[in-house]
Design a protein around this ligand. Sequence first.
Ligand code: AP5
Length: 327
Amino acid sequence: MRIILLGPPGAGKGTQARLIAEHYGIALISTGDMLRDAVNAGTALGKKANAYMTEGRLVPDNVIIEIVMERITAPDCKTGFLLDGFPRTLAQAQALRKASIVIDYIINIRVDDTHIVERMEGRRVHPQSGRVYHLKYNPPANLNKDDITGEPLIQREDDKQETIKKRLSIHHEQTTPLLNYFTEWSETDSDAPYFSDIDGVGSVKEVSQRLLSTLEGRSLGFETITDTNFDTLVEMHPLLVIIFTAKWCNPCHALIKTCVKLAKEYPDVVFGAIDVDEQPSLVEEFDVQSVPAVMVLRERVVIFAETGLLLPSALRSLLKRAKSLKA
Ligand code: AP5
């Protein structure tokens, strides 16, 4: 799974990125952390980046594009990665697309400026690991000490009030075109990453749940179908598309993207998923290999789809058949 987290400085990208990368066992790539490591190590990159970062400006595109492109070819990125802090400009987004790097999800974390200032002023970090705390919202167990190592926490150089304002204004300038770019891409290209935004205000746990459920398709109107709710769901919904899935696997995400698009065209259709590992009795009853793709059950029309059915056109024609059966 390949994910990009977008959002203003201090939106909680780094906090969520750690949790999500750990949850999916994928590599976490934070351009901010990479640059700060380079500054601390006094490398040529660090020397180049330091002045930009301290002033709250963006490091030049060519520098950042090169380090990200190199990083994502590392072996730990083979199973997937999460990009935190990249892309941040149109040029960076275009470079990613031009290099044909497949991205599954782009999620923008929305937080308004008043919350941001409070979050950044109260932020404390453990520079060696990149672990992030907040004096009020996510405090360490012992004041100013990292929970794991007990080492001192610091306030980031760029978390001073003047720099915060500068970073926010740069963000607003750069982000609107970036968000428009991703919206347009996702609406015009069936291979585009799934693009969505979530509300970043709430506790860290609430925001992670929103993020996870968006990633897992559950907040996209997907019903989780079990043997206990199957009958009720069929009776409740005149047209139900059921997808057989194994733990929201990768091909399934592609199918979910297709369904999300089609859900806009067919507002009366309800989408649901049966986890084949958890619902063996339903799998036996409606064996996806042998059931017809469209069938009438208890006077309702149900479409069964398997994860191989990835094309919007194929699902669209099943929906047309289902509609004619319903009529
Ligand atoms: P970077 O480190 O990426 O900074 P940023 O994008 O400005 O984001 P932050 O790290 O400030 O915030 P965050 O969204 O990760 O929030 P966090 O989880 O820490 O970049 C630093 C600099 O490097 C840039 O200014 C630039 O110079 C350069 N750079 C990096 N990438 C670049 C690129 N692609 N191109 C060019 N230059 C680049 O949370 C913030 C605080 O809020 C924490 O204290 C946290 O505990 C708290 N918090 C988190 N979630 C919640 C919650 N739900 N409720 C309450 N508090 C919360």
